[in-house]
Design a binder for this molecule. Structure first.
Ligand code: ARG
Length: 364
């Protein structure tokens, strides 16, 4: 076996698919409050999610894993830890944890290396433990595999801006703050979530927002000196966290962009200069996310590329599927909507172990 992946689209051979076991609605804490939309049904409740929703999400994730295996892809699954248990460090306490449905948020695969991200939610501080059995196995099996943990953050109150704790900020204020790059996380320490990064060979694009700060981007830049690391800021998003519902590369030369979160000009011109097509994603099929979900309806564009012409799209996201079909892709429909609340869509619930490809320069 081997660990290596440089892009979001090289042929997928080995992947991790998350699990919904013991999935939680986290108790209030600064970064979680900021991410939960104003009128969300999650406000004011926390604790283990209903067992029937866990069972349903697990059935969908198992089916997705089986579908990938039928296509010859090796699929590994995390080992859930006791996410019901509260945690304590010298600096903070959290009353529950989160779950391990979204390995994309935690694990950043760049070439032969997997980096455990710092994370920015207190409830996700220990989530990497669910993946340690796998990473240890990879370390034993692949002599070239580099297992890295980014600096563990302290996540004291100094890492968060107090204003964001207010439950009734309002979307307009959030948009104003986002436009001014006033995010819930401060520059107290290095913070990033792995899902804020997209990989395009020699180039990494990193979203600056709630879950990744400037120091986090600087850490990634110093850690990957052979890459070009581009910071991206999307003023159209009132809850900017995780780039994979905002900017989604499909294959060399083609990238999907969320029409409500326009691409910054420096990136638009980078793609233009290199003859890439930036296509606005089709509208989501749903007016609302499912119950108890943090993410927006734009999980519609959270697709997983199996290779540069084959794409997994959530089964009910019919507009997104049609658009990708028209663009010439083979579309593989996958039912996952009832698992969205546990951490996201098809891209979120996976993390790359091996894609057959190398560190090509697609944006010279
Ligand atoms: N912030 C995104 C949205 O709601 C959701 C991103 C989910 N991605 C993930 N890797 N968990 O539009």
């Amino acid at each position: 076996m081997r660990v290596e992946s440089w892009t979001e689209w090289d042929p997928l051979r080995h992947v991790i698919v998350g699990r919904a076991d013991l999935g939680q609605v986290p108790a209030p804490e600064p970064a979680v409050n900021a991410k939960v939309p104003e009128h969300s049904d999650m406000r004011g409740r926390w604790g283990r999610r209903p067992q029937d929703s866990i069972d349903r999400a697990n059935a969908l994730l198992d089916d997705f894993a089986a579908l990938l295996r039928r296509r010859g892809i090796v699929v590994d699954r995390p080992e859930p830890i006791d996410f019901d248990a509260g945690i304590q460090t010298p600096d903070f306490q959290a009353r529950t944890q989160f779950g391990c449905m979204a390995p994309r948020d935690v694990l950043l695969t760049v070439g032969p290396e997997i980096v455990e991200a710092t994370m920015s939610f207190r409830c996700r501080w220990f989530e990497y433990l669910a993946y340690r059995p796998l990473l240890t196995r990879y370390f034993e099996a692949d002599p070239a595999f580099r297992h890295t943990a980014a600096p563990k953050p302290r996540l004291t109150d100094r890492s968060f801006r107090p204003g964001y704790l207010d439950d009734a900020i309002g979307v307009q204020t959030r948009l104003d703050w986002t436009a001014r790059k006033v995010f819930v996380t401060t520059e107290e320490e290095i913070l990033f979530d792995a899902a804020d990064v997209i990989r395009l060979g020699r180039d990494l694009i990193v979203q600056h927002g709630f879950t990744t700060n400037r120091k986090g981007i600087a850490w990634l830049r110093r850690h990957f000196p052979d890459h070009r690391v581009h910071a991206a800021h999307f003023p159209g998003d009132p809850y900017p966290a995780h780039i994979d519902c905002t900017l989604v590369p499909l294959c060399p030369g083609l990238i999907l962009s969320n029409p409500t979160r326009p691409l910054p000009e420096h990136l638009r011109s980078l793609f233009r200069t290199n003859d890439w097509q930036v296509v606005e994603a089709a509208p989501p099929a749903h007016a609302e996310p499912p119950p108890l979900c943090y993410s927006s309806v734009w999980l519609s564009m959270n697709v997983l590329m199996l290779d540069a012409r084959t794409v997994c799209v959530e089964k009910t996201e019919v507009h997104q599927a049609e658009q990708l079909d028209r663009l010439g892709f083979e579309v593989v429909p996958v039912a996952l909507r009832d698992a969205y609340p546990f951490g996201g869509g098809l891209h979120c619930c996976t993390a790359d172990v091996y894609r057959a490809g190398d560190r090509t320069d697609y944006l010279p």
